[in-house]
Design a protein around this ligand. Structure first.
Ligand code: FAD
Length: 445
């Protein structure tokens, strides 16, 4: 008789197009699902506040989806290297499956667990589920990584098309083993005293079923206009799928094939390409969140941190309406339009001369889509220290950006109607200071 299988869920909180789950179900025995809240393993970055809120709700939803398939979701907190083998034993499982993740500390943990479980005679397999192309499959002619997006994306497109998504598996056989689980509420992932997540709850319904509805809506009524309208934050014309992809409520294969079938949006597909590029860059530079990709930027003469300016930026009180609108949207909803993310990041780094890592950390804590690759990758892109980055001399002028991309002030009026054009710093003077600092970096090369 087939023994039980254990599926270890991580950033793949879905039952559809989940190769690890499908492989477990295909064995025919009982299936037990596990999620480990690992805040102890070395190097794994603790989740930010908004991410913890999302995780709570997405896990609750996943538990429901799995229950419908006859699969219990076991929740455990602690070091994964200890817990995964322990739960495999409790579940009487001899096959353990998961979908791959790409951060260096996470990969170390996974390799250690794989080694240990295999040495005990178990079957262990990992699957590609979170990226359209595994990082080691997209390489330059000489076997290296791409550092410029356009040739990277061309190389991806020259590869076999992304595979079709898998259906949700059929119900699993009931298991006999009872495996103890934590209570999700005891993890206290939601904020309390104060509960600042009201705006998040009004904006989002985490979980796979809502994610699928959102994708259908976008493909039906948003995709056709995406190329034209995507850059104007007031039009709300983008997919808002980033947290769905971040938490794996949707797989990129599902999103890709739905978009292709709708015959729309080569530009939309290219944006999925930027997500791939960020993850492939993290694979090559594990310290993406802490180290400049271009080492010459280590010499950047950051002035002493201006705490007041930083506080004004975080709170959306800089006196620059587009920046204030973006920072307030972020605080209220856990999301910010991409164009505005670029503007607020440029303002922090190039007008306030505050180290991009400080901005990256704030985004990490407040975004519901914060991920270990896209967030530092894009911060480095804006700062000029990253892969295929904006040229260092490009300093977004937030006033002109607002005129161009929010001509009717729809976005500004929605989020920061009270913000007057009275910047806390002189935009021209600070721009010049930034360029002088960037010149120092350049001449030090
Ligand atoms: P759409 O325009 O509908 O794009 C579709 C999908 O493509 C997105 O859901 C996302 O998965 C992907 N995508 C689009 N643009 C990018 C990009 N530049 N880099 C990587 N993936 C992209 N995105 C994150 O998912 N997580 C982050 O932590 C994150 N931090 C960012 C920080 C800064 C400073 C900047 C400038 C951008 C950041 N982005 C991040 C990228 C981008 O802003 C968001 O992915 C996008 O705004 C999400 O909205 P959407 O789903 O409506 O995007």
């Amino acid at each position: 008789m087939t023994r039980a299988s254990l599926v270890w869920f991580r950033d793949d909180l879905r039952v559809t197009d989940n190769p690890a789950l499908s492989a477990a179900a295909a064995r025919g025995g009982a299936v037990v699902a596990l999620y480990v809240l690992d805040e102890e393993s070395e190097g794994i970055r603790p989740l930010g506040g908004a991410a913890r809120w999302w995780l709570h709700h997405s896990l609750a939803s996943l538990a429901g989806g799995l229950r419908d398939l006859g699969i219990p979701l076991v929740l455990r907190r602690g070091q994964a290297t200890r817990i995964v083998p322990e739960v495999a034993a409790q579940a009487e499982a001899d096959a353990i499956f998961w979908n791959r993740r790409y951060g260096a500390p996470e990969r170390l943990v996974d390799a250690e667990i794989k080694r240990r479980l295999r040495s005990e005679g178990n079957q262990v397999a990992s699957f590609a589920a979170s990226l359209l192309h595994e990082p080691w499959t997209v390489t330059t002619g000489s076997g290296g990584h791409y550092s410029v997006f356009t040739p990277f994306w061309r190389a991806c497109q020259n590869r076999p098309a992304p595979r079709a998504p898998l259906p949700a598996p059929p119900s699993a056989a009931a298991g006999s083993a009872r495996v103890p689980s934590d209570d999700l509420d005891d993890w206290q992932l939601r904020p309390h005293a104060p509960d600042w997540a009201g705006g998040l709850a009004e904006t989002w319904e985490p979980g796979e079923p809502a994610a699928r509805r959102q994708l259908q809506r976008f493909v039906r009524s948003g995709l056709a206009d995406y190329d034209r309208a995507r850059d104007e934050p007031g039009l709300e014309a983008t997919s808002m799928l980033s947290p769905r992809l971040r938490w794996g409520e949707l797989s990129p294969f599902t999103v890709w094939h739905e978009a292709v079938a709708a015959e729309g949006g080569s530009r939309f597909l290219t944006e999925l390409g930027w997500r791939e590029f960020a993850w492939h860059t993290l694979d090559r530079f594990p310290d993406l969140a802490t180290r400049n990709l271009r080492p010459e930027f280590d010499r950047f003469p950051w002035p002493c941190l201006d705490e007041d300016a930083l506080r004004a930026w975080r709170r959306g009180r800089t006196g620059v309406p587009l920046v204030d609108a973006g920072m307030r949207e972020l605080w209220e909803t856990g999301h910010m339009h991409n164009r505005v993310r670029m503007v607020v990041a440029s303002f922090l780094v190039k007008n306030l001369l505050i180290d991009w890592r400080i901005g990256e950390q704030w985004f990490w804590d407040t975004l519901v889509d914060a991920d270990a690759a896209s967030n530092p990758f894009n911060w480095q892109w804006v700062a000029g220290s990253g892969a295929d980055a904006a040229p260092y001399f490009r300093v977004f002028n937030p006033v002109r950006q607002a005129e161009k991309f929010d001509p009717q002030r729809r976005y500004i009026d929605r989020w920061a109607a009270d913000s007057r054009d009275e910047p806390i710093v002189d935009l021209r003077e600070t721009r010049r200071a930034a360029l002088r600092a960037y010149d120092e970096v350049k001449s030090a090369r």
